[in-house]
Design a protein around this ligand. Structure first.
Ligand code: NAP
Length: 446
């Protein structure tokens, strides 16, 4: 099997290269270092390719090869035993187990064909990867004196994020639909943690939650919009005419951010971290958010609704970053990984069993699952990084299908969300920054 490839930078043809492990070191056209990605060679058979790998980092190659890629070899006609053996020789334990797990996994959890993931330019690269834990990525980070808010602190990624941010010295406000559960979670954390009740599907509760946080009278350094809902049983549920995933996962957080934004402006560098999912491109409607049918009457499945709400998470963060330009505050979104948490609590037992098995075999641990949230929330490297989407502790750009970087859709989402929640929003003035002897000072009212 051979492939015609072209230089990732200038497009000069590099000729036909054959398997296995073929590489070119330098492009004759522009002298770029060209590393022919083994994975492109294996998986995109017959298609002329521009390999984007520069061979500089192994991490980059890992990123390209997401879980879904492992389905491909088994569906390609060209795959023959030597190729499969070569693949197995080059994959990590996680990838191997992913492949094994895939054999028993449920199809809706997978499925991101046609997607290319590349490292985002101009965002500092971290030394961390899918295997890094939240403790590892925050090693040496001092958050003392800071206030962090984590929605959905009672289980899974949210609890681990709360635990680690508190361990690094932050005072963490953790939320749950039940105050008792939030208190129980906060009491299990070593450090300073305060419980607040929050039901994201009820905007009065969101406003009350924001008021409780505001009553602490302190700037907010970190706001992690982590809480999430995923339905089961494919039964469409509406809240005031809007599909439930969209309300809980997006609109609730939309109102919360609005009501806390001025407190983020008061921080020396406020960070909004939106926990989305790669379902934003693998599970959302092909045409993106269907603004004409937010009740999803035309077409509904739990996966589609979850994917659409997660796309809304990413686009909200993108548009927020646009609004925050010129301030010290930033907004980024992320996919935490595939992790065995209670997020599958509403799935039917068989699907839950499949998801549990898949995540146990090939997913991340909860400690790894909280790493990207904690990294984006606290790394010194990212002080001015805004409007990006992260996976495995690094910013990535998704090419091909999906709308993750669609600015027009992000803008529309902001307008529609404002209309839908207008009565719960407060007017947020951009801060009036001025130079002083001590540096920038924020004149926004507390
Ligand atoms: N696990 C994965 O594989 C995965 C993959 C991609 C993305 N994610 C995302 O990661 C985030 C965390 O999920 P997880 O996996 O840690 O799941 P989880 O263990 O189920 O945690 C979800 C949290 O959200 C809270 N929550 C649920 N519904 C809520 C509502 N209506 N209002 C307020 N809070 C609510 C829950 O708190 P209470 O029940 O105490 O109220 C819980 O603390 C979610 O946004 C999820 O979409 C997870």
């Amino acid at each position: 099997m051979s492939h015609n490839i072209a230089c990732y930078r200038c497009g000069a043809p590099l000729g036909a290269l054959s398997l296995p492990f073929s590489r070119r070191d330098q492009c004759p056209g522009c002298s770029a270092d060209v590393h022919v990605c083994k994975m492109c060679m294996y998986f995109d058979s017959g298609v002329p390719r521009q390999c984007r790998e520069d061979g500089a980092e192994d991490v980059t190659e890992k990123e390209r090869v997401n879980f879904c890629d492992w389905f491909k070899p088994w569906t390609l006609h060209e795959v023959r035993l030597p190729h499969c053996l070569a693949i197995l020789m080059t994959i990590s334990r996680r990838r191997f187990l992913a492949l094994a797990g895939a054999a028993v996994a449920v199809p809706p959890i997978a499925g991101c064909e046609g997607v290319e993931k590349v490292a985002t330019a101009n965002v500092p690269r971290s030394p961390f990867s899918a295997d890094s834990t939240a403790e590892e990525v925050t090693e040496g980070v001092d958050l003392s004196g800071m206030l962090a808010v984590v929605t959905g602190c009672t289980s899974g990624i949210g609890f681990e994020t709360t635990r680690v941010l508190a361990k690094r010295g932050a005072h963490v406000v953790g939320t749950s639909r039940s105050l008792e559960n939030a208190e129980a979670a906060c009491s299990r954390v070593m450090g300073d943690a305060t419980a607040v009740q929050l039901e994201l599907s009820d905007f009065d509760s969101v406003v009350a939650c924001a008021e409780s946080i505001r009553s602490l009278n302190t700037p907010i350094d970190i706001l992690v919009c982590n809480a999430g809902y995923r339905g089961g049983g494919n039964e469409r549920q509406l809240i005031k005419g809007i599909e439930k995933h969209f309300v809980v996962n997006h609109l609730g957080h939309f109102v919360l951010v609005n009501r806390l934004l001025d407190r983020l402006f008061l921080a020396s560098q406020g960070r909004i971290v939106v926990v989305a999912s790669r379902a934003a491109y693998s599970g959302a409607p092909a045409a993106g958010i269907d603004f004409d049918d937010l009740g999803m009457a035309r077409s509904y499945s739990d996966s589609l609704a979850y994917g659409q709400s997660k796309l809304a998470n990413v686009l909200f963060s993108l548009q927020l970053a646009e609004m925050l330009r010129g301030t010290r505050a930033t907004s980024n979104s992320l996919h935490p990984g595939v992790i065995n948490t209670d997020i599958d609590r509403n799935l039917n037992p068989l699907t839950r069993f499949g998801f549990g098995l898949l995540t146990k075999l090939s997913g991340k641990t909860i400690e790894e699952g909280a790493a990207t949230s904690c990294y984006v929330a606290s790394s010194d490297l990212l002080g001015s990084t805004s409007g990006h989407y992260f996976e495995d502790c690094n910013a990535v750009t998704i090419d091909g299908t999906g709308h993750l970087h669609d600015r027009a859709m992000a803008e529309k989402l902001m307008l529609v969300s404002e209309e839908l929640t207008a009565e719960y929003l407060v007017e947020q003035r951009r801060p009036d920054w001025s130079e002083s002897e001590n540096g920038l000072q924020n004149k926004t009212d507390g």
